[in-house]
Each structure stands twice: as C-alpha cells, then as structure tokens.
Design a protein around this ligand. Structure first.
Ligand SMILES: Cc1cc2nc3c(=O)[nH]c(=O)nc-3n(C[C@H](O)[C@H](O)[C@H](O)COP(=O)(O)O)c2cc1C
Ligand SMILES: [Fe+2]
Ligand SMILES: [Fe+2]
Length: 398
C-alpha cells in the first residue's frame, strides 16, 4: 500500500475500510477511511492512527516513506478507537517508549483504553513536541467529537489536522476534494454532521469563531480530517458548510418518518406527504422498514419539519419509532416543527406517546396528533390534510 503526498513533507498514510456499514449505530453505506498523516521533518511525526485491525495497512504505507522504527513521535488528536485502536500495535512497531502527545483528557482517556500497555503519553499543554522547520499549534476542540479532541495546526505549510471535524464516511481511492463532485461530498458531510456532530452544534460554532479570530482559518491551505476526503482545493467550502449547519437555518423541507404493521399508518404517511408536496415543500418519505435511523437524522438536519407516524402495538408506539426518537433525542435535534400520527385498533396510545416525546424535545407542535382507528377511510383524511396545512403554515412563517 502506498502513501499519498498531501504537500511537501506531509503524507496520508491511513487506511480505507470499504466494508464498514455500522459505525457505532450509524449506517455508513459507502464505508469509511481512518486517516493518519506522516510529517517528515527533522523529526518524523505520525498524526493519529487507525482502527484496530488496520495496523498493517498503516505500517505498509509508512514504510514506503521511512522505516516505521524511525518515526520519532505520535500526536493523537482524538482518543476514539477508530483513531487510537491500533496505537499499542503501532507503538510496538515504532518503539514503545516513544512519546505519544495528546490533550490532557486524551492522555487520561488513552490510559483508560490501554491500561496495562506501557504507552509514553504526554500532555501537549506541558510537553510541546518539536518538528524542525515546521511547528505544531494545538487547539482545544472539546466535544468535537469527544472531550479529548484537539486540532493540530502546522502554520508553515498551512495544514490543519482536524480529526473528526470536517470529516465524512467515504471509502474510495480518491483522497482529495478536487477528485469527487461537491454534491456527493456535501451529502456525505451533512450526513456525517447530522449523525456525529449535531449534539455539539454550539461548540462547533465557537470553534469556527476561534479559528477565524486567531487567524488559523485564514492561514489554512489544506484541511486534513480523520475520515474521508482531504480538503486541498477549496477548504473554505467545507468550513462554510459547517457555518451554515451551525446556523440551523431550516430549508423548506419536511421529513415524514413512520413504521407500519398493516399499512394503515403508511397510508396516512402518504396522504401527509402528498398534502405537504402541494405546498411546494421538499418532502422526504422515509419508511423505517427501508430507512435507517441515521438516514432520518441526516434528512432531518436541514428540514424545517419532521412528522412521525406509528401504529399502536401492545399499548406502545412501534419499537422502531422508540429507537428513532431515542436517537434524535441523543443527537439533541431541536428547533423542529413536529407532528405525530398513526393508526390503532382499540386503545391507541402510539401517536399520543410520540406527541408527548416531541413536546418533551421542545419541538413546535402546530397540530394535535392525528389518530385513525383501523384502516383510514376518506372521512379520516381531513384531519391529516388539516395537520399538513398547520405544518406548512408554520414552515411559511420561517
Ligand atoms: C401485535 C399487535 C399488537 C397491537 N396492540 C394494540 C394495542 O395495544 N392498542 C391498539 O390500539 N391497537 C393495537 N394493535 C392494533 C393496531 O394498532 C392496528 O391494527 C393498526 O391499524 C395498525 O396500523 P398499521 O396498519 O399502520 O400497522 C395491535 C396490533 C398488533 C399486530
Ligand atoms: Fe470520534
Ligand atoms: Fe472518528
């Protein structure tokens, strides 16, 4: 396996995971990459590593540049296992006593993951690594994506190593933004943001301000994240996309997400989709039979409204809806216009329970839940039309 040159003295030496589909509960239909970078200066520095199991790929790429035993030090920007899992194995290859630099929290978290391993972990706030003609600046990016996360910036070549920030899950032979159409990259970046970073929207907004105020952004020529594509042609594009996403400016778009046992709730979902479509709203109809929770989260990110449908099963909402709501809650999806609907046979708790959950999440609910007993008939459709109107009127106000 070959390294890829990013710019003079900096190489991509990561791993491509074509097969991964479940990334801690997030569907990754295009696989992912674990990006690691080698800075060849007076000292040789490895920035981040790869998931456990990909050690050989990383070492194979490094060895085309230099004998791995010649690597002097490692910087660990993020102590999550997709980037740190191979650390013990890599350190055995490059020299177990060599320093591994991380944030204070990174040192703590890596200790917690690899107790028993004799890693020489150093806090960058106390022991600053040297490179040679280049230098390293560290930026605290707590919660992007974990409490240990930091960015490493090299001002001389203008390279920002942004770990999970500005990443996307995309296994490919292409490494750079200029090799892949923007529409595809935008979709993947939005999907990634929705499923990985949404809970930290406020922190991301602050980081964007900090990199601007400190001049780091203006001095950045290349953004090197730990997943997906390196932004070398137009790094401003991904930064602008993040600025847009943290602004939470909703699009004229609605998501109708539902599940069904005997098609009645499905019928209601179709009626709502149709009615919203007549109001010139971009509607995503997502049956949970075919759509993963992470697809719903991705479509919901820029949508103004999310309408959720469930049948009642044994006095509960359908389990896939409980799964979805738990997931959206964990992602702290806020500021949505919401609505709930569903079919039932006798007690009919499902849609009511969904409505209560949405209220608890702080969503704006312009309509009471719409429940239909058994199979919807023509007369049952009017309340759905009214619900669609109430939602569309609310979207019109934005
Ligand atoms: C296993 C099972 C359990 C059910 N439990 C309830 C229930 O507790 N209360 C209720 O109102 N309806 C219950 N129903 C009836 C369904 O909610 C009803 O058939 C509804 O129309 C299904 O909507 P769907 O076609 O969208 O699946 C149950 C149905 C099934 C198959
Ligand atoms: Fe992460
Ligand atoms: Fe990651």
């Amino acid at each position: 396996m070959e390294p890829i040159k990013i710019c003079d003295n900096v190489f991509w030496v990561g791993a491509v995971d074509y097969d991964i589909r479940d990334f801690h509960g997030y569907l990754t239909p295009k696989g992912s990459t674990y990006n690691a970078y080698l800075v060849v200066d007076e000292k040789i520095t490895l920035i981040d590593t790869v998931r456990h199991g990909f050690e050989d790929e990383l070492l194979s790429r490094i060895s085309k540049i230099v004998d791995p035993a010649k690597v002097d030090q490692v910087i660990s920007n993020h102590a999550e296992m997709d980037h740190s899992g191979s650390l013990p194995g890599i350190m055995r290859a490059i020299g177990a006593s060599k320093p591994v630099y991380a944030s204070a929290m990174g040192v703590k978290n890596l200790h917690g993951q690899f107790h028993g391993e004799s890693l020489n972990l150093l806090d960058v706030a106390k022991e600053h690594p040297a490179s040679g003609k280049f230098s390293f600046k560290f930026l605290d990016t707590k919660m992007i994506h974990w409490p240990d996360s930091m960015f490493t910036f090299m001002p001389e070549p203008g390279v920002l190593f942004s770990q999970d920030g500005f990443g996307l899950h995309f296994a490919s032979t292409e490494r750079f933004d200029d090799q892949v159409p923007w529409d595809l990259l935008r979709g993947l970046a939005v999907n990634y943001f929705a499923n990985i970073l949404t809970p930290y929207t406020v922190q991301i907004g602050k980081i964007l301000e900090t990199v601007k105020e400190t001049g780091i952004l203006q001095a950045t020529r290349i953004v090197c994240p730990d997943h997906g594509i390196v932004w070398r042609k137009d790094p401003a594009k991904i930064v602008e996309l993040y600025a847009h996403l943290v602004s939470r400016k909703p699009a004229r778009k609605a998501v109708v997400a539902f599940d069904t046992m005997w098609h009645s709730t499905e019928y209601m979902a179709r009626e709502l989709t149709d009615a919203l479509g007549t109001r010139d709203i971009d509607v995503k109809y997502l049956s949970l039979k075919h759509s993963h929770r992470s697809e719903v989260a991705a479509e919901a990110l820029e949508a103004a409204a999310v309408l959720i449908g469930t049948p009642t099963i044994n006095n509960q909402m359908f389990p896939s809806l409980a799964d979805l709501l738990c997931y959206l809650k964990s992602l702290k999806v806020k500021d949505k216009i919401g609505a709930s609907f569903g079919s039932h046979g006798w007690s009919g708790e499902g849609a009511k329970l969904v409505q209560a959950e949405l209220a608890g999440m702080g969503w704006k609910l312009p309509s009471p839940e719409v429940r239909v007993q058994w199979v919807p008939k023509e007369a049952d459709l009017q309340p759905l039309k009214d619900m669609a109107k109430a939602v569309a009127d609310e979207i019109d106000k934005i």
